[in-house]
Design a protein around this ligand. Structure first.
Ligand SMILES: Nc1ncnc2c1ncn2[C@@H]1O[C@H](COP(=O)(O)OP(=O)(O)OP(=O)(O)O)[C@@H](O)[C@H]1O
Length: 485
């Protein structure tokens, strides 16, 4: 029994040991797994580290690392230098500002000097231009011979009786009833002369207008002789009016750095010596009065004034269409002073430019051909106006002391533009056809009267016609210096 008890005790002890051993084995296995996991992570890490090292640890890196100390040293030096520069910057800045200010002052002085020189140049140019116009004559009488058009060829009397001289651009000859009569004017345009050639003669006057002069350009001649063609022209081939406006706005653009101009327009009609505002809807009646400002200038109270911004606007507004048959019409184009920024810098305000573009009424002598009533009255008024205009121009050209401005509404109105120191060009239009030779001779007689040059006796022939109108257009300009200086 003792042995059996001893065996049972051993067996119990062995069981306990076995359980403990199993527990230990399980614990060891856990440890082993942990160790394996750790070893595997470590292996992965080492693998990564190995790769990383391979990647970054290049000879280039080594070189860069080797270069670091000198770079650091140079940076230190640079930094020290920068610090010293920053310290001296305020002094340098102060000195530079002083230098720049001095340079700016010097430049302003130079600019002032240039501006002054430019002003002198402008004045000189104006003077020379003035002399050139004076040399050509302040009142120029030009003649344009209308070409024979297709529509003229179906009628009788279509033989050409007017000839120009290729060697003398001032002369033209009219053959009438077997007699040749030669006229000498300031310039004669042959039938093939272009609108451009005609305008070239007029252009200096337009420039004068921008320089502050009053300029009048008239087209005179019998109905159908080409007055409107010369003044207005066609869309494809514009005449003096549009070319003048184009030139004017071109010149204004050229001078915009020095001057600013405002162009305004007003339009009037003279019919039977009565003035009407063509820009007012109801054609309001107007009167010419002495300006109450004491300048002795005439003005037209109540006249509508319209600003013209550009050449294009001009065309859109059809301001040249003041030309109506059986009417005396007068259109005025004005410009007003509108001081831009500094009104104190206004120059030449005392001499505003003014351009009068006048398409006169047909010069036919109807009153001698049995016209009656209203038509006779119209014809008489037209005749009086044209005669008065001829008298005024003749008196001016002859330097007479008394100029009869007051003899017609037209000349009274144009008094300040026709007077001394102003420029006038009269384009006398003539037909070259035999059937118009009477009117042609009359027109040329009128031209030579104002021109005071006559070669041989004039032959007058009276004829009738139907259209009468008188049209005048004027542009008044005030140059104003702007604040560029
Ligand atoms: N130099 C020219 N070249 C081509 N055509 C012209 C020329 N002169 C005039 N004409 C043409 O002759 C015709 C009559 O001219 P225009 O109307 O200008 O005459 P006008 O003197 O103004 O007449 P009106 O007194 O009736 O207004 C128009 O058809 C015009 O186009």
């Amino acid at each position: 029994a003792g042995v059996l008890w001893q065996i049972a005790a051993y067996e119990r002890e062995i069981g306990t040991l076995q359980a403990e051993l199993l527990k230990e084995i399980s614990h060891l296995e856990e440890k082993k797994d942990e160790a394996v996991r750790a070893a595997s992570s470590l292996a992965e890490f080492l693998f990564m580290v190995n790769n990383f090292t391979k990647w970054v640890w290049s000879p280039g890196l080594q070189r860069r690392l080797n270069a670091l100390p000198p770079t650091l040293r140079s940076m230190k030096t640079d930094y020290a230098s920068l610090r010293s520069q920053v310290r001296s910057f305020s002094e340098f800045y102060g000195a530079s500002i002083k230098e720049i200010s001095a340079a700016i002052t010097e430049m302003s002085e130079a600019n002032k000097d240039l501006l002054e020189k430019y002003r002198k140049e402008v004045a000189l140019r104006r003077k020379y231009h003035e002399q050139l116009v004076e040399l050509k004559g302040n009142i120029r009488v030009l003649c344009r011979v209308k070409p024979v058009l297709k529509e003229d060829q179906d009628e009788e009397g279509q033989a050409v009786v007017v000839t120009t001289d290729v060697h003398n651009e001032s002369a033209l000859t009219v053959l009438n009833k077997g007699k040749a009569k030669t006229f000498e004017l300031d310039k004669v345009f042959h039938p093939q002369a272009t609108q451009e050639e005609v305008f070239q003669e007029i252009e200096p006057l337009i420039t004068s207008c921008i320089d502050g002069y009053h300029v009048c350009i008239f087209a005179y001649g019998q109905t159908g002789s080409g007055k409107t063609y010369t003044m207005e022209g066609t869309v494809e081939n514009p005449g003096i009016n549009q070319r003048a406006l184009k030139h004017l706005f071109h010149e204004i653009e050229e001078r915009k750095d020095m001057w600013t101009y405002t162009v305004t327009v007003s339009s009037m009609e003279i019919y039977n010596e009565v003035l009407r505002d063509l820009l007012s809807k109801d054609g309001e009646k107007l009167d010419i009065k002495m300006n109450p400002d004491g300048t002795g200038q005439l003005h037209v109270p109540g006249l509508r004034i319209m600003e013209v911004k550009s050449f294009h606007t001009q065309k859109q507004n059809h301001i040249w269409d003041a030309d109506e048959p059986a009417q005396l019409s007068l259109a005025f184009f004005w410009s007003l002073v509108l001081p831009p920024l500094l009104s104190t810098l206004i120059l030449w305000v005392s001499a505003p430019g003014k351009l009068n573009l006048v398409d006169l009424a047909g010069s036919e002598r109807v009153w001698k051909s049995g016209a009656e009533g209203e038509r006779l009255k119209e014809a008489q008024n037209i005749n009086r106006s044209l005669l008065a205009l001829g008298d005024v121009i003749q008196a001016l050209r002859g330097h007479q002391t008394h100029i009869p401005f007051r003899n017609s509404r037209l000349t009274y109105l144009l008094q300040d533009s026709l007077g001394k120191g102003n420029k006038t060009a009269m384009v006398v239009q003539v037909s070259s056809l035999e059937r118009n030779s009477g009117e042609t001779l009359c027109s040329l007689k009128f031209a030579q009267r104002v021109c005071k040059v006559e070669l041989g006796p004039a032959a007058r022939k009276l004829e009738s016609s139907s259209h009468y109108y008188l049209c005048l257009a004027a542009i008044l300009l005030f140059p104003i210096e702007i604040a560029s200086q």
